[in-house]
Design a protein around this ligand. Structure first.
Ligand code: NA7
Length: 560
């Protein structure tokens, strides 16, 4: 018998992607181990448990589509699901599918190495776990490697410091305390109103003003939910063939086709409906035409003036540094309104930058702001960070960080040349983060599982992206982005939020529908652009395990 790795596949992460990948591969008869850094399932929704955390996608779309019976049972109560609701959903799904027993929890992977001779990977989490597997699938989330800027003096601060991206499980006491909030992206926009409600005062340290869209959170009408559930399968079917994973009609007309009064009426109506209706529902050319973009931007600025009573604060909140939509647009509840509270103040870091953190607070150029709690809502090393932090070494010991030093190069966002049998769900070059993410995840998972089934059926031991295919796809990702205004902004889409990160457009914005079709065509044609083959050559230990892993492996039943 030829030597075999311990598992067919190791899946890293237990969010939407990891749970479904483990489930699907097990259904297909593969021996799979899931590994997760957190103590439980949930991924993003496990870590981002700050007050006010919720999803920007509406409840009826933000779930798995492969559980038709369960989706009838699961209650849909609010327009946008909150973090506790989504975490409960994922825990319930995991429990129903009996998935936790196939995971090792509390194990943060810090080394993923390919053995050229054996043709398999060794995956380690410190001294907690070491396993071998033919395939490694990263389900680590595109927005999970958090970015916490190191301000001078931070270690001296005598109060508490927390990141929204790894918020404590227990509530952080805020009553009677002075909070400082750094960052006004989606997380900062969500947490601010909650901080303001609970804390004695909040000082917001804003580096870039944002175009925030009102969420219009509300209880869902049970009659609407019933209608929804009666038609769920058809809605799901349609959802799969939309660019963004949400079946709302795309605007057909450019701003130029409308009179000024019609433009304003359209913006007003989209603003009234909130959320996706404003993000994707105004003009067909909102992120491709500078003129149209200026109309939308100017409309949002006018709303800021209407809502924020202090004109000086309103001016500071108006974005002028980037085109509307080119940085991820936060969807907020009472965000601008919160600046009308007497306990909220705003520091514009472009005028008054942070110089240091002191024992008592944050010192900006104009003076010290005394604080008891500092909240960092400073974002993520998006798309590449969570994969690079695994310290992946592929063929010949080549490091992924080196392969991506000039920017990530992938085929379909799913594979990297030189890293055989490694798959990256929602990796750079995937449309994931510019869609309703679970819909993209399901596409990726199903497509990867089909490819692994194909490889097994045809006796292939390795699957690898061809260099030429990856180069072509990577160039295509940039070409599509360059037809829009997106690359003009300093955004995490461009890697601009991380000092030293190469400036390339990271996600694929050609649309999930177009992407899906391309993937389907590739599968139907026998996977051109992928090299299939490579019989593993030499003997290697069947399973490399540390004592801790023996316990872990016993816990998970070795995926059998
Ligand atoms: P974002 O959207 O990257 O926002 C991070 C915020 O933190 C943003 O306002 C940044 O300003 C600010 N930031 C980052 N570094 C600093 C430093 N050094 N000093 C001051 N301010 C800083 O992350 P979120 O967590 O809000 O949202 C991420 C995604 O998660 C979101 O888009 C959804 O898809 C879910 P900047 O704009 O870079 O000037």
């Amino acid at each position: 018998m030829s030597p075999a790795p311990g598992y067919d596949a190791v899946v890293i992460g237990a969010g939407f992607a990891g749970l479904y990948m483990v489930y699907r591969l097990r259904e297909d008869g593969f021996r799979v181990l899931g590994v997760e850094a957190g103590d439980g399932v949930g991924g993003t929704w496990y870590w981002n448990r700050y007050p006010g955390a919720r999803c920007d996608s509406e409840s009826m779309y933000y779930s798995f589509s492969f559980l038709p019976e369960f989706e009838q049972e699961w209650p849909l109560e609010e327009r946008y699901p909150t973090q506790p609701v989504i975490l409960d959903y994922l825990r319930t799904v995991a429990g129903r599918l009996d998935l936790p027993k196939h995971f090792v929890f509390g194990a943060r992977i810090d080394s993923v190495r390919y053995d050229d001779q054996a043709g398999w990977w060794t995956v380690r989490a410190g001294d907690r776990l070491a396993v071998t597997a033919r395939y490694v699938i990263t389900a680590t989330g595109a927005l999970s490697a958090s970015n916490r800027p190191q301000f001078p003096g931070a270690a001296l601060f005598e109060g508490e410091q927390h990141s929204t991206a790894s918020w404590p499980a227990e509530p952080v006491p805020l009553a009677g305390r002075r909070a400082g909030l750094i960052g006004t992206g989606s997380s900062g926009v969500q947490v601010l109103p909650e901080l303001a409600r609970q804390a004695q005062s909040v000082t917001v340290f804003q580096r870039t003003a944002q175009f925030v869209t009102p969420a219009r959170q509300e209880r869902l009408d049970p009659r609407l939910v019933a209608l929804w559930k009666a038609n769920y399968q058809e809605i799901r079917r349609r959802t799969k063939f939309t660019p963004g994973g949400i079946p709302i009609p795309s605007p057909l007309r450019s701003a130029a086709e409308l009179s000024a009064a019609e433009q304003t009426a359209l913006c007003e109506e989209a603003w009234r409906r909130g959320g996706i209706w404003f993000l994707d529902g105004t003009f067909s050319d909102a992120v491709t035409s500078l003129e149209t973009n200026a109309i939308v931007a100017s409309f949002v600025r006018s709303k800021i003036s209407e809502i924020v009573t202090d004109p000086v604060v309103a001016e500071k909140l108006k974005p002028w540094t980037h085109a509307w939509g080119t940085k991820r647009v936060p969807v907020g509840s009472d965000y601008y309104e919160t600046y009308n509270r007497p306990n909220v103040s705003l520091v514009d870091l472009r005028q008054d930058p942070i110089e240091e953190i002191t024992a008592r607070g944050i010192r900006t150029r104009s003076g010290e702001h005394p604080l008891d709690v500092i909240v960092y809502a400073t974002g993520f090393d998006a798309l590449t960070g969570s994969i690079e932090r695994l310290h992946v070494e592929g063929r010949n010991g080549d490091r992924l960080e080196d392969a991506w030093a000039g920017g990530p190069r992938t085929y379909l966002g799913l594979m990297v040349p030189g890293f055989p049998n490694l798959f990256t769900i929602t990796g750079p070059g995937s449309p994931g983060v510019v869609t309703n993410v679970p819909v993209a995840i399901e596409q990726h998972v199903e497509w990867i599982a089909d490819l692994l089934g194909h490889a097994r059926d045809h006796g292939h031991k390795t699957v690898e992206a061809a260099l030429s295919a990856a180069d072509e796809w990577t160039a295509h990702v940039q070409d599509v982005a360059n037809t829009t205004l997106y690359p003009t902004a300093d955004s995490w889409y461009m890697g601009a939020n991380i000092p030293g990160k190469p400036r390339v457009f990271l996600p694929y914005i050609g649309g999930l529908d177009v992407y899906r079709q391309r993937c389907d065509e590739i599968a139907a044609a026998g996977y051109p652009g992928f090299e299939l083959g490579g019989e593993p050559a030499a003997a290697a230990p069947a399973l490399a395990v540390t004592p801790a892993e023996e316990r872990g492996a016993a816990e998970v039943g070795r995926g059998a």
